[in-house]
Design a protein around this ligand. Structure first.
Ligand SMILES: Nc1nc2c(c(=O)[nH]1)N[C@H]1C(S)=C(S)[C@@H](COP(=O)(O)OP(=O)(O)OC[C@H]3O[C@@H](n4cnc5c(=O)[nH]c(N)nc54)[C@H](O)[C@@H]3O)O[C@H]1N2
Ligand SMILES: Nc1nc2c(c(=O)[nH]1)N[C@H]1C(S)=C(S)[C@@H](COP(=O)(O)OP(=O)(O)OC[C@H]3O[C@@H](n4cnc5c(=O)[nH]c(N)nc54)[C@H](O)[C@@H]3O)O[C@H]1N2
Ligand SMILES: [Mo]
Length: 756
């Protein structure tokens, strides 16, 4: 038996099998996996040979970058050009001019981790400007250290374990829902998918589950269809009503929090004259006032868990629902007890809250980056458009670097960034863009030098995930398509041109690296009290399961037991409900305690205006596998499908399966609609990841495939985190009459073949 793995699950196969088979012990294999192999084998989607942009060869510095053709070149020429550009830009402008942020999920497998391979070379050759945080949860990454005294990663590791929640929790208040859709995925791979069965257990045990969000999703219990972007108001109102009834857990607030008096004065209206009561929130959130009062009366004294999906903070003022959620959990006093309290991200990935041991498996060894310059990850377009200008971030005033060379390896900014029309303008600024990719993504189509990489199905690797007790030897499934090569091999050749090959490879080939990393893993295992087989045995067997892997954790257990003895790493040693450090930053968009701040777009809308929710797609990972069978089969008229309320559709005269046009001041796109009453009538939910396909239609630029980032706003959550606000967006919708324009992204760009 051979194995392979992806962010959406793990698979086994024998020579000659037509399909990959999910591991037999996975209770809920992912739908995304069904489209993997066909995407990897899709010759219209894959990059088959190194290519250079025609205009760039002719001296265009970037103006034509978003709409150009290519010329095929040899690997020797491609790697020489890439090495030459790296040297030229470094010598001319210095290392800060090289952008190696390269955000993206690439693929699982610890050795062929695309970004790590690239950063090794960029660091060895003099360094690069990097990026901080993620598109997933930047607001939490910046805020949590202040209020929890923990990094977001450490909190995720410690999150109330799902088995304990199932055992102890009586009421789960779930903001944004807990979804099997997103729980298909875990970064760096997963052997099993357990969120579905955990939810079933919770339901069977009679836990009261309240799902709060503009879409019901798959939630079966109570559903509160809140107006998008208003959760903070609801959370504050629950705090208000509990305090007004004298039901707050005073002892917990006194022992375990600081700043409660400031927050209470705001909530009651002492400081601003506005009590944040149920009636106030009902108006903002568009929810019945009695439901809010009822929940506030129900929660105190119950074993409750306040849970927030990651998506809540990919929004304007995304810090606030996180902080207000913590405040409610503190008022209820259930933090530090098994399976209750406060949580962030159940179901956003399958492994969050997993009741298994954490094992610090090795990853590819890093080379220190001599350059200290960075940008917050979602400020890429700002950086390219405004070099030398200052901006605020996490209490600092920083200056954008002047980026001349952009190198992306394992990510797709023309998927992940907001307001892609603006990114196209910014993308014309650098002198050179180099992209390693396996597919003709929108980003690869907008590069000057395109280096075709293998997919994980084309190489051997190791699947290690610190939250997963199974490790796999990933075996090659099919030969590389065309001239595709592993990123490691590509960078090793570029290193050769820079006289850095030995430093880059450390004298190892792929098998040597896998053996080396396995040796490191053996050390990790020994320290953790178990033994791994030798490399050759593991390679032959393909799978190893860590013994006695069950382990459940309770966040803040020792702190709550004795806050003096186990203080948190916050400014006061306690959970901060008012934070003096943040208050001193004097940020109008992130004050010193949880605060209701209306989003830049939102509120009550007119009849043809809708809140756009652009969450994760059911049938693929982001834009990966969009040209695989599963994602293609989910499209209607070749378009991405948006969920839309039947009453809204009737107003626009649109039927199920028809095409609509969505517009904002930023841009417009087409998509098909699927009608469902399981969402608010003033919302439209268009998943991310349809390959970006802007075209000139009747003289106007129109994205024709259904990519929501043609519409979204490129703005930070606040001057604190500068995270993206993908979920804050209001669009105008209208019926699209006639035949929608043919897609271009289903075919490769125009490429002049090399004549031998
Ligand atoms: N509107 C809106 N936008 C969003 C979001 C949202 O909710 N709404 N969510 C955001 C979030 S949370 C995220 S994480 C981002 C995700 O954004 P990305 O992580 O950039 O999206 P992916 O499509 O996963 O891009 C990874 C790319 O790596 C390539 N790749 C895979 N393996 C390899 C390899 O071995 N080598 C090389 N060189 N390349 C490889 C894949 O082909 C793919 O194109 O999107 C963000 N964008
Ligand atoms: N199938 C699949 N799964 C994935 C991914 C994928 O691409 N495909 N990507 C993975 C990645 S990188 C990440 S970061 C995670 C993200 O995981 P999440 O952030 O949890 O996922 P989202 O789909 O963005 O949104 C979660 C929910 O928030 C709701 N929501 C939106 N706005 C609001 C609001 O204002 N208030 C409330 N209460 N709810 C709101 C949406 O309706 C949706 O149900 O998913 C991971 N899982
Ligand atoms: Mo993400």
């Amino acid at each position: 038996m051979k194995y392979t793995a992806a962010h959406w699950g793990s698979y086994q196969f024998e020579e000659g099998d037509a399909e990959l088979t999910p591991l037999p012990d996975d209770p809920l294999p992912s739908r995304v996996g069904r489209g993997w192999q066909s995407a990897s084998l899709n010759k219209n989607a894959r990059i088959l040979a190194p290519a250079v942009r025609k205009g760039w060869l002719d001296g265009d510095k970037g103006a034509a970058r978003s709409n150009d053709s290519f010329v095929e070149v040899s690997w020797e020429d491609a790697t020489l050009l890439a090495a030459g550009e790296l040297t030229r830009v470094r010598d001319t402008y210095g290392s800060e001019a090289i952008f190696g942020g390269s955000y993206g999920w690439s693929s699982t497998g610890r050795f062929h981790h695309a970004q790590s391979q690239m950063r090794r070379l960029l660091a060895l050759s003099g360094g690069f400007t990097s990026s901080r945080e993620t598109y997933s949860h930047a607001a939490a990454e910046v805020l949590f250290p202040y209020i929890l005294g923990l990094s977001n990663g450490a909190f995720q590791d410690d999150m109330p374990a799902m088995p304990l929640v199932a055992e102890h929790c009586e009421v789960l208040v779930s903001f944004g829902g807990i979804s099997r859709r997103t729980a298909q995925i875990t970064s760096s791979g997963t052997s099993i998918h357990e969120v579905g069965s955990w939810l079933e257990t919770l339901e069977a045990k009679g836990c009261r589950i309240i799902t709060i969000g503009p879409e019901r999703g798959e939630a079966t219990g109570e559903w509160w269809p809140i107006r998008p972007g208003t959760d903070t108001a609801l959370l504050l109102a629950l705090v208000y009503e509990i305090v007004a009834a004298g039901q707050e857990d005073r002892a917990f607030l006194d022992r375990c929090t600081s700043g409660w008096d400031d927050l209470r004065a705001y909530v009651t209206g002492e400081t601003d004259g506005q009590p944040k009561n149920a009636a106030w929130a009902a108006e903002i959130c568009d929810l019945p006032v009695d439901d809010i009062k009822g929940l506030a009366a129900f929660l105190p004294g119950k074993r409750s868990l306040i849970s927030l999906a990651w998506g809540l903070q990919r929004a304007d003022h995304g810090e606030q629902p996180l902080w207000a959620g913590l405040a409610l959990a503190c008022v209820l006093g259930q933090i530090g007890k098994p399976g209750t309290g406060y949580a962030f991200g159940y179901g956003s990935l399958t492994a969050v809250g997993r009741g298994k041991r954490l094992i610090p498996w090795p990853s590819l060894s890093k080379v220190p980056n001599p350059v200290k310059q960075f940008i917050p990850v979602a400020r890429i377009a700002d950086a390219l458009l405004h070099p030398g200008e200052s901006y605020a971030y996490n209490g600092q005033t920083r200056t954008y670097p002047d980026l001349k060379l952009v190198w992306w390896c394992g990510g797709n900014p023309f998927h992940h960034h907001q307001d892609l029309g603006r990114l196209e303008k910014a993308w014309a600024r650098p002198e050179t863009v180099i992209v390693n990719e396996n597919a003709w993504t929108a980003t690869a189509r907008r590069a000057d030098i395109v280096l075709p990489a293998t997919t994980p199905l084309e190489r051997d690797d190791l699947m290690f995930n610190r939250r997963d007790p199974t490790v796999l030897y990933m075996s090659q499934r099919h030969a590389p398509l065309g001239l595709a090569r592993d990123d490691h091999a590509i960078f090793a050749d570029i290193a050769e041109h820079l006289n850095l090959r030995d430093a880059f490879t450390e004298g190892r080939d792929v098998n040597g690296w896998l053996r080396h990393m396995w040796g490191q893993a053996q050390g990790v295992a020994q320290a953790a009290g178990f033994a791994l087989p030798d490399f050759d045995t593991f390679k032959a067997e393909g799978r190893f399961d860590v013994p006695d892997a069950d382990e459940t954790r309770t966040a803040f257990k020792s702190f709550v037991a004795d806050p003096k003895k186990h203080p948190l790493a916050t400014e006061t040693g306690r959970l901060t409900l008012h934070n003096a450090t943040i208050a001193r930053m004097a940020l109008s968009d992130c004050p010193g305690h949880p605060t209701w701040l209306p989003p830049v777009e939102g509120g009550a809308l007119g009849v043809d205006r809708f809140h756009l929710i652009s969450g994760q797609p059911e049938a693929r990972l982001h834009a990966q596998n969009d040209q695989g069978s599963e994602s293609l089969s989910a499209k209607v008229q070749g378009r991405e499908v948006a969920a839309f309320h039947p009453d809204a559709a009737a107003r626009l005269g649109v039927k199920d399966g028809e095409v609509i046009k969505l517009s904002t001041a930023r841009g417009a796109c087409l998509c098909a609609v699927r009608l469902t009453a399981q969402m608010r009538v003033d919302c439209i939910s268009l998943p991310t990841g349809a390959w970006y396909d802007p075209q000139e239609v009747d003289g106007v630029r129109l994205e024709v495939h259904g990519n929501p980032n043609a519409l979204t706003l490129d703005k930070g959550c606040s001057a604190l985190s500068q995270g993206n606000i993908a979920h804050t967006c209001v669009v105008t919708a209208e019926k699209w009459d006639g035949q929608p324009p043919a897609l271009r992204v289903t075919r490769p760009p125009q490429i002049a073949r090399k004549t031998a």
